[in-house]
Design a binder for this molecule. Structure first.
Ligand code: COA
Length: 181
């Protein structure tokens, strides 16, 4: 079955349906699987997903999906100006690496549905986003993950070669950056 990589622009007619499918994958793949309350679940979603789905009307937000027929099997959310993003959505994974955002201004989040992982589709989503950033003359992009996460080898293969580990409380976070031409 062929997989299409599609940019979801703000005026896409079935955007609401697509956002609901993205939310399903977000919770399937989230590092947190059990929430003490529905409110805690919503706070988590509003931190990591909602800004990218609801505010995608500006030039800074990006939303890419991988589709098989009419089903989303993975998505990538991004913002091309992390300094600006932080003005409304501050979080430790951003503030901890604030000094690196001039060199790597854009950031991204990516998740593939569980049955779709390891098939090479995540790489296509990343490459589509990198091309979009290059066309906008953005000089660099980054993401934050855990230093022991399995996905680090994936990001290294996609060209995220600048690495920086910092600690917040008892948690180690890994910044992975890539300069763009
Ligand atoms: C990380 C991820 C986006 C990569 O997309 P993909 O299409 O699976 O990746 P590819 O098939 O191109 O490459 C395979 C690599 O993906 C990563 N990967 C595959 N399955 C994974 C999983 N369940 N969890 C974490 N990373 C995984 C590994 O680095 C793997 O390389 P390896 O086999 O050498 O370990 C996708 O696997 C995923 O969504 N994983 C779970 C959630 C996650 O880690 N999201 C990123 C949060 S920062």
């Amino acid at each position: 079955m062929s997989t299409d990589i599609i940019q979801v622009l703000p005026d896409k007619s079935n955007r609401l349906d697509l956002c609901n499918q993205i939310e399903t994958i977000f919770f399937q793949t989230s590092s947190v699987q059990h929430f003490p309350s529905e409110q805690a679940r919503m706070i988590f979603k509003d931190r990591w997903l909602t800004p990218y789905l609801s505010a995608a009307t500006t030039e800074f937000y990006s939303l890419w999906v991988a589709m098989e027929e009419s089903r989303i099997v993975g998505y990538l959310t991004g913002h091309s100006n992390t300094l600006r993003f932080r003005a409304d959505h501050e979080h430790i994974s951003l503030s901890l690496f604030a000094d690196l955002h001039d060199d790597f201004p854009a950031h991204l989040h990516i998740n593939m549905a569980p049955h779709q992982q390891g098939k090479g589709v995540g790489a296509s989503l990343i490459q589509a986003y990198l091309k979009e950033l290059q066309s906008k003359k953005i000089g660099g992009v980054h993401l934050v993950t855990g230093p022991k996460a399995r996905n680090t080898s994936f990001y290294r293969r996609q060209g995220f070669s600048t690495e920086c580990i910092r600690t917040s409380g008892s948690v180690d976070l890994l910044f992975m950056g890539q300069k763009l031409d």
